[in-house]
Design a protein around this ligand. Structure first.
Ligand code: F6R
Length: 613
């Protein structure tokens, strides 16, 4: 996700800002830019691609000034391009803004500002902030320009909706940098004669370890070596700084020892951010009008690895809620099998990176067959999103650990939102059922915050089983793909042998590999297939397996009677449940790999993005 850095001090801000942007590169980005206040004028330099490109451009322009802001952009509104790169300015070019997050009502605001005569230069939601501040300044009086700017920012914050953090500078208030935090990250660094604002601590850690964490809705006023914080009501609050003892690497991981662990904990936010897209009009996301949505007759899903498992869950959703037949293929298989041409087919490709060669190949084939194509993807501007007719973005932020975690749960969340919306459009789901399903979906992030509290319990168990030769995962229905995912995660990071099966299949072969002490993980929340899972537990136990039941609190007692250990996952509706059931399996993979001393974030032989066949 986007990275913000700001500096105000006594020295030339450019090296501080470029260096800060480099420290934020780990967040993922497609373009970068800086604005420096030089002799009362703003000098802006932007470049598509790496910070190194920006650095070259900045060397040529060689701006100099003691106040400046910089930004790395992870595109959300508008393609990656120089015009869409931050910083963005108002009409006069005297107000400059860098922003992270999403302004949900930007289209309405943009139209209003255009009607008032404002001229926009980019497609971004960010630019409305600069124009809105400009507009508000016209109507605000104050003792001086600094006071007017603060008031204009406060008024602007009342008008914009969404989760955002931004930094702003005005040529008429030199030496003042303003930071706003509302549900997106923004931290303040306190130096002796300088002050910093940034999306994350690593951006300025080299210069100061004294950090102020802002609360939601707060505004920070930064001057050289002096910071004031205004709370939600506009009152000044006493600031308390915290001394950060992290080194650079730990800081990038938010204090976690590995990106994988951080990303598991990112999941409540990732779901929340993904659902922000899902609140939009689905016809628009799919690029289809209502009659075309109603007329869809087939869905083909293609993906690889973890994303394929998300696709398997998606099949249950679309068939349940929209009543449309779905086929799910590994992208590498879809490409080379005969796919009969059928009209009114939507081909959905799921991919975190949007660069997986097999998935791209599958989409090319779907296009040749004349199917409409939809990407469920985490990277705007990626090859997949450019190839597909439309895209549903999973806004889960950059996933750095090779083993996918938050992208997976965001992809399933997106599939659920898509399925219920298709069902509403084609009449398979009534409006009242849709409203209920939708409400339940909107509570998912909260339930996920509970689910991630399971780490300690899982970690404790791994001490006992981490040396086992093989691990088995069993589930039925929507939990069958979760069993596959649990096994894949464990294999990837711990190099142990692990297999996932549909629980109903074990008698047809797999039960022969169960031996004394083999850990078997049963995905068995309370629900229509619970009794069947109880039988599967007994069958495995009779062969000496060490059975771990992963269930919901209402089934705890029954699960206990047939297992050696029970993990309790917060209950949600039966179709959302798999999104939470995978969490203990992610922790399991992590902790087994950790105890075995494996390279967790970069497992041997694996690449984050497989761009070759
Ligand atoms: C598993 C994993 C891989 C990817 C697969 C597809 O943890 O990361 O299996 O899921 O290579 O990658 P994307 O989603 O980028 O297409």
């Amino acid at each position: 996700m986007c990275g913000i850095i700001g500096y105000v001090g006594k020295k030339n801000s450019v090296p501080y800002i470029i260096d800060g942007l480099k420290k934020l590169e780990y967040r993922g980005y497609d373009s970068a830019g800086i604005s420096i206040l030089q002799d009362g004028k703003l000098v802006t330099v932007r470049a598509v691609g790496k910070v190194a490109e920006l650095e070259k451009a900045a060397l040529l322009a060689s701006p100099q000034g003691t106040t400046g802001i910089g930004h790395t952009r992870w595109a959300t509104h508008g393609k990656p391009s120089e015009e869409n790169s931050h910083p963005h300015t108002d009409c006069s070019g005297e107000i400059v803004v860098v922003h992270n997050g999403i302004i949900e009502n930007y289209l309405v605001l943009r139209a209003k500002l255009i009607s008032l005569g404002h001229k926009f230069k980019s497609e971004t939601d960010t630019e409305v902030i600069a124009h809105l501040i400009e507009e508000n300044l016209k109507h605000i009086r104050g003792n001086n320009e600094e006071e007017r700017l603060v008031k204009a920012v406060q008024r602007t914050n009342k008008e914009i909706a969404g989760a955002f953090a931004y930094g702003v500078m005005w040529a008429h208030a030199p030496g003042l940098l303003i930071g706003v935090k509302n549900q997106s990250p923004l931290v303040i660094g306190l130096g002796k004669t300088e002050s910093f604002l940034a999306s994350d601590v690593p951006a300025f850690l080299q210069h100061t370890h004294k950090v102020v964490f802002l609360e939601e809705g707060e505004i920070a006023l930064l001057r050289a070596g002096r910071v004031t914080v205004l709370d939600k009501t506009g009152a000044e609050r006493t600031i308390k700084s915290v001394k950060i003892s992290w080194d650079q690497k730990t800081a990038q991981k938010g204090g976690y020892p590995h990106f994988m662990l951080k990303e598991i904990y990112d999941q409540p936010q990732a779901i929340e951010d993904t659902l922000r897209t899902a609140r939009a009009d689905f016809g628009k996301i799919l690029g289809l009008d209502t009659p075309a949505l109603r007329g869809l007759q087939n869905v083909h899903i293609t993906a690889c690895g973890t994303a394929y498992h998300a696709g398997l869950v998606g099949k249950y959703y679309i068939e349940q809620f929209a009543g449309i037949p779905v086929s799910v293929d590994l992208a590498s298989e879809y490409k080379y099998r005969t796919v009969p041409h059928k009209s009114k087919t939507l081909a959905i490709a799921i991919s975190q990176s949007g660069e997986t060669a097999d998935t791209i190949g599958a989409v090319k084939k779907a296009k040749e067959l004349g199917f409409r194509t939809l990407a469920i993807c985490n990277v705007l501007g990626s090859t997949l999103t450019r190839l597909c007719d439309s895209t549903f973005f999973t806004h889960c932020g950059p996933e750095i650990s090779v083993a996918s975690t938050k992208a997976f749960t965001s992809q399933i969340t997106a599939m659920y939102a898509l399925a219920i919306s298709l069902g509403l459009a084609n009449g398979n789901v009534s409006k009242s059922s849709f409203d209920k399903l939708y409400r339940e979906l909107m509570h998912l992030s909260k339930a996920m915050s509970e689910a991630v509290k399971m780490e300690y319990t899982v970690r404790h168990l791994t001490r006992k089983i981490y040396k086992a030769d093989r691990f088995i995962f069993l589930g039925r229905h929507v939990h069958f793909p979760i069993a596959l995912e649990g096994a894949l995660k464990l294999k990837e990071v711990s190099y142990r042998s692990a297999e996932g099966f549909a629980a109903g299949e074990i008698k047809h072969g797999p039960i022969s590999i169960i031996d004394k002490g083999t850990p078997v993980f049963m995905l068995m929340p309370q629900g229509p297939l619970f009794e069947k899972m109880l039988s599967a537990c007994q069958e495995c136990r009779a062969r000496g397996a060490f059975v771990v039941a992963i269930t919901t609190p209402d089934a705890e007692q029954q699960a206990k009677s047939v297992s050696d250990k029970v993990f309790l996952v917060p209950p949600v509706n039966e179709f959302l449940q798999p999104i939470l059931m995978v969490v203990p399996l992610q922790f399991l993979a992590y902790w087994i790999a950790k105890r075995l001393g494996c390279d967790i974030d970069q497992p041997r032989n694996l690449a984050k993005s497989v761009t070759v066949e």
